[in-house]
Design a protein around this ligand. Sequence first.
Ligand code: GLN
Length: 202
Amino acid sequence: MIGILAVQGGVAEHERTLAKLGRQVRLVRRVEHLEGLEGIIFPGGESTTMSKLLTLGGLYEPLKEKLQQGLPAFGTCAGMILLANEVHDTRPDAVSFGALDISVRRNAFGRQIDSFEADLDFSGVDQPVHAVFIRAPWVERVGPNVEVLARAHTTDGEGNPSEAIVGVRQDNVIAISFHPEVTEDTAIHELFLNIVDHKAQR
Ligand code: GLN
């Protein structure tokens, strides 16, 4: 049973992808929905709104505890922001779970290029992944236990070409800046389900 955090954001798209992969899904809105989950997806949306709803609904602490106990998690976009232990350009009262030792900058690709698409090499996936970025964050720092899975071409403050980290993994937690759930490509969901299945067998 895979949970999808369903307080706000692009829940239906992940639900559709998991159904396509033949998985049972539970939408997670209340504490009791955490029971018996093998993994959880944090969708895209608006991280500050999700943060507020998680705290108000009493889901933040119990979910944080599950993540600390090793519940496998997969975050996309706002979901990546929620899983980070440091977030730049957010509201001062926004909470995140600290399941990944990374610093993330919200809306990092700039207002002019709010949304864009690119084909990325992704560690652990054979084919290039078609990535859709929508007001996406990037990762500015990774801790020693974090593996970088993907980078995207961008430009620095002076307009020179540079690369941004857009996919990471630490233990049973993966996070990406973009939205595979809006494409037909299920490769990264499959990667996550491998992590879930591998863990369940231990
Ligand atoms: N900009 C959003 C945030 O900061 C994330 C965008 C997305 O999830 N597509 O929460």
